[in-house]
Write a new protein. Structure first.
Length: 168
């Protein structure tokens, strides 16, 4: 009987885990909300480009935000491999495959109103505006408000209140 009960618990736990969203599906939702709660000094055109720099950790999860609107503009998702392609981006997610180059990427984008996002330990302290992490099974994020202000980006107080750390 205990064996049957244990098997039932294991199958129930597997079913519950299958229903819970993956880490990167949750991070995609965070990407969308980061953009929705950010104001750029000047947005030209009818599109906001979210660029994934380096290897794409999101995979098919990006389909959940593809073609959504932010600030009455279409959200476009671009995959870029070279730093030169970043000038067309309003948002840049720096993947872990490019984490060794964060300092150079930050310097390249320093004078531009581009929202930088990563999920690499220490990236917020290196100059990335928003850095995600997983803590106790939940996605959390830190904000480098100094860098956001320098870039002319305004982050909503509603966004800031959920940050685990705000560098001012």
């Amino acid at each position: 009987m205990w064996l049957l009960y244990g098997g039932l618990l294991l199958s129930l736990a597997s079913a519950v885990m299958a229903e819970s969203p993956s880490e990167y599906r949750l991070k995609v939702a965070f990407l969308y909300n980061f953009a929705a709660y950010t104001e750029w000094p000047e947005l030209q055109g009818k599109v906001i480009n979210l660029c994934i720099l380096g290897d794409d950790p999101f995979g098919e999860n990006l389909q959940h935000i593809r073609h959504k609107n932010i600030h009455d503009r279409d959200l476009s998702i671009l995959h870029v491999q070279k730093n030169d392609d970043l000038s067309m981006c309003q948002i840049v997610f720096i993947s872990r495959s490019d984490s060794a180059n964060i300092t150079n990427i930050i310097k390249l984008l320093d004078d531009r109103p581009i929202l930088t996002i990563a999920d690499t330990p220490g990236a917020g302290q290196q100059g990335v505006v928003l850095n995600m992490a997983v803590k106790d099974g939940k996605v959390v994020f830190e904000v480098n408000l100094i860098i956001a202000r320098r870039k002319g980006l305004k982050l909503s107080s509603q966004l800031l209140r959920f940050a685990t750390e705000v560098y001012q």
